[in-house]
Ligand binder design. Structure first.
Ligand SMILES: Cc1cc2nc3c(=O)[nH]c(=O)nc-3n(C[C@H](O)[C@H](O)[C@H](O)COP(=O)(O)O)c2cc1C
Length: 156
């Protein structure tokens, strides 16, 4: 079973999760960071895992475009899983619904993947926002391996 991970990440959490999945499985798996002009042959993969972080409620525009195109062209043997990297667990479904506008029903599973707040990677403004909104004052990692495992189980 060949699998593909497409991730969007600004500060490394999404990348960490993508690598965690790759290291957890023996099956063939390819990882691609989203970028403009990224080309893949969708029909080569039985499983596609989409990983996106959320900033100010939004996901990366290229990632959204790419994901919507994958969903549009999904074939009947293919599974598409979505992992949301976000500070607010209670909103992860909402973040997907607000960002991915078309063919949402074609996503086979949406899970919450947790978050990191790395103060070493934030600018002054970002630190200010996070202290205020998330009420976090220092670096913290809360990657939800329990939920990520649910997706891993599907691709092995
Ligand atoms: C400036 C800033 C804004 C953020 N805005 C949101 C948000 O609106 N909703 C949310 O759930 N998480 C938000 N987060 C949390 C990020 O999604 C979280 O830090 C995540 O781990 C980042 O993933 P990445 O390292 O892959 O980019 C924000 C984080 C930062 C630093």
């Amino acid at each position: 079973m060949k699998s593909l991970i497409i991730y969007s990440s600004k500060k490394g959490t999404g990348e960490k999760i993508a690598n965690y999945i790759k290291d957890s499985v023996d099956t063939e798996i390819q990882i691609e960071k989203i970028k403009k002009g990224l080309e893949i042959n969708q029909n080569d993969y039985e499983n596609i895992i989409l990983i996106s972080s959320v900033y100010a409620g939004t996901m990366n525009k290229e990632f959204i475009k790419f994901s919507e195109n994958l969903l549009l062209n999904k074939n009947s043997e293919q599974k598409i899983y979505f992992l949301v990297v976000s500070g607010f667990e209670e909103k992860f479904q909402e973040f997907v619904e607000n960002n991915i506008r078309n063919n949402l029903d074609k996503i086979d599973m949406i899970e919450y993947a947790g978050y990191c707040y790395d103060f070493n990677k934030m600018n002054f403004f970002e630190k200010f926002i996070i202290k205020k909104v998330a009420k976090v004052n220092e670096s913290v990692e809360n990657i939800r391996k329990d939920n990520i495992e649910k997706v891993i189980k599907k691709i092995i």
